[in-house]
Design a protein around this ligand. Structure first.
Ligand SMILES: Cc1ncc(COP(=O)(O)O)c(C=O)c1O
Length: 371
């Protein structure tokens, strides 16, 4: 039987050689390798500063701290994202406020953002979900009108573009994750990118125990540095990123061509202004399809096809947030999406036969159920 994983990190002799070089250099923690990765990443995104950190969650945490978000503040974001986006707001003692999503793109809906802004709102975190940039034009206007910081959570969107500008250069400051499943990886890792020199300085200080000079600590910081080993892997992955993304886009196109012929399967919508990099390829299983999303998932598992649900609950329905008192019936589009979405394999290691097999299985599952 086939075994097609839903995600697959792609590492080869080049990453091995880069790690070997770092190990042999003797500088394995912070060092010139990290600084080189930062320079190359900043140049790729088209921003002035990049600060490498331990992971994407740390990047979000440090950015909010750099902006001075604190107790009594509100930060508007989407409930249809990985938990880290909202948790970073809780880390500050501030309140995540959820705006609903656009049901076509699954990204935060700017008109819903407008409805939840209050005098306490300090920032908006836009997540470029699945590799598709959010509507940054509308969000930028809102942020400017209401004097809010516009932060991009680009953890899933390395190399994505909105109106020809790369994700990461669309807001005031952005973060990336290099977790193992991302479009490029360092195992664990993260990056803050910005054109704001003040924010960059503060993030640098905070990631390194508030250390302005060797053993001179000017504020309460943390150890959230990236290692040279991670950076060495990241530099190689960055060189491969465009190639990886093109493969993801080709795979997505092939999947969409085939799956759009299956009644009840809604293929991903692409905003015509974006370059989508398909961190995830997500279908919506609607009522016309004879199986539920979870039944289809089980059928595919039995056929050796890995799938995932991103995300089975909107954040306000997670036990942690329920306990915090969030109403359970807000953001109906996010609730509906959480019941319908299914992520299929789209990674660059898939073969044309794999893609055909995935689509055939989804069509056959429906035919078998109708019989
Ligand atoms: C949208 C989003 N934000 C934040 C994160 C957190 O990144 P990390 O896992 O590197 O901490 C992730 C991914 O894991 C993510 O997908």
């Amino acid at each position: 039987m086939r075994n097609i994983p839903v995600v697959k990190p792609l590492l080869d002799d080049e990453e091995l050689a880069a790690v070997k070089r770092v190990l042999e250099s003797g500088i394995i923690a912070h060092g010139p390798e990290v600084e080189a990765f930062e320079r190359e990443f900043a140049e790729y995104i088209g921003v002035e500063y990049a600060i490498a950190v331990a992971n994407g969650t740390a990047a979000l945490d440090l950015v909010l701290k750099a902006y001075g978000v604190s107790s009594g503040d509100e930060v508007v974001t989407t409930p249809f994202t990985f938990i880290a986006t909202a948790n970073a707001v809780l880390y500050q003692g501030a309140k995540p406020v959820f705006a609903d999503i656009d049901p076509r793109t699954f990204n935060i809906d700017p008109s819903s953002v407008l409805e939840v802004i209050t005098p306490r709102t300090r920032a908006v975190i836009a997540v470029h979900l699945y590799g598709q940039p959010a509507d940054m034009k509308a969000l930028r206007e809102i942020a400017e009108d209401h004097k809010l910081a516009l932060i991009e959570d680009a953890a899933q969107a390395h190399g994505a573009e909105f109106m020809g500008v790369k994700a990461g250069a669309l807001g005031d400051t952005a973060i990336f994750s290099f977790y193992a499943t991302k479009n490029m990886t360092t195992g664990e890792g993260g990056m803050v990118v910005t054109n704001d020199g003040g924010v960059a300085e503060r993030v640098k200080l905070l990631r390194d125990h508030g250390q302005a000079e060797k053993y001179l600590h000017v504020e309460l910081g943390y150890n959230l540095r990236m290692t040279s080993i991670q950076a060495a892997i990241g530099r190689v992955q960055l060189r491969k990123l465009d190639r990886f993304n093109e493969a993801r886009r080709r795979n997505a196109k092939e999947l969409s061509e085939r799956l759009s012929k299956v009644p009840g399967v809604e293929v991903p919508y692409e905003d015509p202004r974006v370059k989508h990099v398909y961190h995830q390829y997500v279908i919506r299983v609607n009522d016309e399809y004879p199986l539920t999303r979870d039944e289809l998932r089980e059928y595919l598992r039995d056929k050796g096809i890995g799938t995932a649900v991103h995300y089975p609950l909107p954040i306000f329905q997670q036990p942690l947030y329920k306990r915090l008192g969030y109403p359970q019936d807000i953001c109906p589009n996010a609730i509906e999406a959480s019941r319908r979405v299914l992520s299929l394999p789209v990674h660059p290691a898939l073969t044309p036969e794999d893609l055909r097999y995935i689509c055939d299985c989804i069509a056959q599952a429906a035919e078998a159920a109708r019989r």
